[in-house]
Design a protein around this ligand. Structure first.
Ligand code: GLA
Length: 729
């Protein structure tokens, strides 16, 4: 049936015009509002999403796009099988086989759950069945963030099958919709793609089972115009906090003038192979969809996400992150106790907080000397580390360094003792050959014994060596031929149950080890999303450490994730100078993965200066407001800056990527400063005797001048960089 016919059927099926009750349910933050009303058919309708207006009563008369004649098109949570014939938010099969669902409005409550957080719960119920949905909205006032999800339960005579169960159903009434989503592959994560949404369904999704953000990140930016900038234009930005298979659908219904344009955003768990049997009395909670809106461009939505993440979205957001020396790119699998301990002095010389021992330290019968063996056998390899992990922790501690260690506990190599002992713990579909990827298989985390095992990997390391301060939790393959031996013939919700099990284990770890710093890694950025970040302090955005690529990748990652979560290591990758590499890494969370002994005296001294500067200014980078100034996607240059809350200190990063003879220098206006303040600008990350590149280093400028007129670009050569510190006088 074509769209027109579908609409005719739809119109015939509903009684309209459906009068609207005056009562608004307004979910508001300081600057954003999402407003619902209940019609005479008891249907909950979205009537507004955008800039907060002066009072709740005005919403009724605002955006005509939401006031079309057929109000059911703006339903708050579209149900399948009844009269809504497009993509539903929820579709079920009742215990008696009826596949239609109707949800009537029952009640709603709004309460302050924290000084800055208002929660609204809206109860819906099927008039003919004891089937219930609660729509939840947590509105973070200052952050301008709304977190929304649903709880679904039923009291029917048997199990109800949930075929679809989205986290939200958001109606957008813009005349056109430009979507930017982020696609990636190994070493090329978070590449932005902007497109004008055509009629039909566009979807950002994952069926990878684990490491689900390896291609699409579950995040997007949406605007009514293509020329939205960092400082102007409307933007709705959203991200789904979920570590399993996800699907964010954008169904664009291009309607006529009377009906308005209608875009539905339907974020949630991917329905693919995931029908969920909901038992009577069981409550199913969908993942959180987190979104924000700004009418002043993309910069503001990022700052909203960053504030929210630090206060509410990530583990220990206010705890200082540790600078570190990692040995992965420095040694790969070839090391022993002495070579590792020999690197500690380098970490100390650089002034770093921690040493992170990467892959390759475990396995005895099947030593982990390459990626083909040992995964699953989490005992220190006796030849490489005769003193065990404890010895290394002791040696590091003796030098005033903290110690961290790499694990990949959800995985197993066939060449391992674990594989020999526990074939029943492997995820392999019956009658299918083992399909190895990086020579490894996924463990059946749904099995409670595997959960105990995975928890035990972390727990026993912490018991053996209580000084461990940091873990890098990796995940180097996706799930295929997915089958959980533990679920037997009931495989339907396998992907969902795996993710539930992952959170369960992480919850246990966090309950016992709240102070352990954890880095989220999955072949680089394959798990970067807020579902897991609730348990992790930081993440590894990519194995690509080429600094020019990093400038781009960190730029797009920063749309949603704050600098303190974004590990950035200086490595041997790239021909750029050490200074360039450090200036890039310092704009995220600084780390190194180099052989410090190979540095010249000058390089060592510059590195020490940079690390000292990072520590001195870490507060500004970690918690300051980010302003992206010059895009590496639009020019051959890049610049971004952080400004602290009181606008007394700021840091500007500038990079010249690959300049060309004909390049014109970019406009370089600073942002976020106090126009009335005066700032002394000093170029940093230089050796004492080096002449600053910034010709006016040391001079004082007014905030107003810096923002209105800006600075003159001075990095005229390729692969040059500069960091400016601004201090209010
Ligand atoms: C993944 C990670 C790397 C490194 C290796 C170790 O690829 O992304 O940083 O830890 O695994 O095998």
């Amino acid at each position: 049936m074509n769209l027109k016919n579908q609409l005719c059927c739809l119109l015939a099926a509903v009684s309209f015009p459906a009068a609207i009750f005056a009562q608004n349910i307004a979910i508001t933050t300081d600057h954003v509002a999402l407003v619902y009303q209940v019609d005479t058919n008891k249907q909950l309708q979205q009537v507004y999403l955008g800039k907060k207006l002066s009072s709740a009563s005005v919403y009724r008369d605002v955006n005509p796009g939401y006031r079309n004649e057929n109000a059911t098109l703006n339903t708050a949570y579209a149900t399948g099988g009844a009269t809504y014939l497009n993509e539903p938010a929820i579709a079920v099969q009742h215990a008696d086989g009826n596949r239609s669902l109707v949800l009537d409005y029952i009640s709603s409550q709004t309460k302050n759950i924290a000084p800055d957080v208002v929660q609204t719960d809206i109860q819906l119920k099927d008039p003919a069945y004891p089937f219930f949905v609660t729509l939840h909205y947590k509105a973070f006032q200052q952050e301008d963030i709304i977190e929304t999800w649903t709880t679904i339960w039923q009291e029917e005579k048997g199990a109800v099958t949930l075929d679809r169960y989205a986290s939200a159903f958001i109606n957008i009434a813009w005349p056109q919709n430009y979507l930017t989503h982020f696609y990636g592959e190994y070493e090329k994560e978070m590449e932005p793609y902007q497109s004008l949404l055509q009629p039909g369904i566009f979807s950002i999704q994952s069926k990878l089972g684990v490491r689900t953000a390896a291609n699409y990140n579950p995040s997007f930016l949406l605007s009514p115009a293509s020329d939205v900038s960092e400082t102007s234009g409307e933007v709705l930005a959203g991200t789904l906090a979920y570590s399993g298979n996800f699907n964010i659908q954008f169904e664009n219904l291009k309607l006529n003038i009377d009906m308005g344009n209608n875009l539905k955003i339907i974020p949630g768990i991917n329905a693919y192979a995931s029908a969920y049997e909901l038992r009577p009395g069981e409550k199913f909670e969908t993942p959180r969809f987190i979104f924000t809106y700004s009418n002043t461009g993309r910069g503001q939505v990022s700052r909203n996400f960053h504030h929210w993440a630090i206060d509410h979205g990530i583990w220990n957001g206010h705890q200082k992150r540790l600078t570190l020396l990692n040995n992965w790119e420095a040694t790969y699998f070839s090391f022993n106790q002495d070579t590792i301990a020999g690197l500690f002095d380098g970490a100390k010389q650089l002034g770093l907080d921690l040493f992170l021992l990467d892959d390759g330290w475990f396995g005895n019968k099947y030593p982990r000397n390459n990626s083909r063996a040992g995964l699953g056998d989490w005992q220190a390899n006796k030849r490489k580390l005769p003193g065990g992990v404890g010895y290394l922790v002791k040696e590091a501690t003796a030098r005033g360094l903290k110690f961290g260690i790499w694990i990949e506990p959800e995985m197993v190599n066939p060449a391992s003792e674990l594989y020999e002992k526990h074939k029943d713990w492997l995820m392999i579909a019956p009658n299918r050959p083992e399909h190895l990827y990086r020579t490894q298989l996924v463990l059946d985390l749904i099995n409670p014994k595997v959960q105990d095992f995975v928890f035990g990997v972390i727990d026993s390391l912490m018991q053996q060596a209580p000084g461990i301060a940091y873990m890098k939790w990796d995940c180097n393959r996706s799930m295929d031929n997915a089958y959980s031996p533990c679920l037997g013939k009931k495989q339907n919700a396998l992907y969902v149950r795996y993710t539930q099990a992952y959170y369960k284990v992480l919850g246990r770890i966090r309950a016992k080890y709240p102070d352990l710093d954890m880095m989220l890694c999955a072949s680089g950025g394959g798990r970067v999303e807020y579902g897991a970040m609730k348990y992790f302090n930081e993440f590894w955005p990519s194995d690509n450490t080429y600094p020019k690529d990093r400038v781009r990748l960190q730029w797009t990652t920063s749309y949603f994730y704050p600098a303190l979560t974004m590990c950035a290591h200086v490595t041997a990758a790239g021909r750029e100078s050490l200074k360039y590499k450090m200036d890039v890494a310092m704009s995220g969370k600084l780390g190194f993965d180099i052989v410090v002994k190979k540095l010249t005296e000058g390089e060592l001294s510059l590195a020490r200066t940079t690390v000292d500067n990072y520590h001195r200014l870490q507060q500004v980078i970690s918690y300051g407001d980010l302003y992206r100034l010059i895009s590496p996607y639009a020019t051959n240059f890049a610049s971004l800056m952080y400004v602290n809350g009181s606008k007394t200190r700021a840091l500007v990063f500038a990079y010249s990527q690959e300049t060309m003879q004909q390049d014109t220098w970019p406009e370089w206006k600073l942002q976020g400063l106090d126009p009335k303040k005066h700032y002394r600008i000093k170029e940093i990350n230089l050796l004492n005797d080096t002449r600053p590149q910034f010709p006016e280093s040391g001079q004082v400028f007014s905030g107003e001048t810096l923002m209105a007129q800006g600075l003159k670009w001075y990095l005229k050569k390729s692969e040059t960089s500069s960091v400016l510190e601004l201090e209010a006088m």
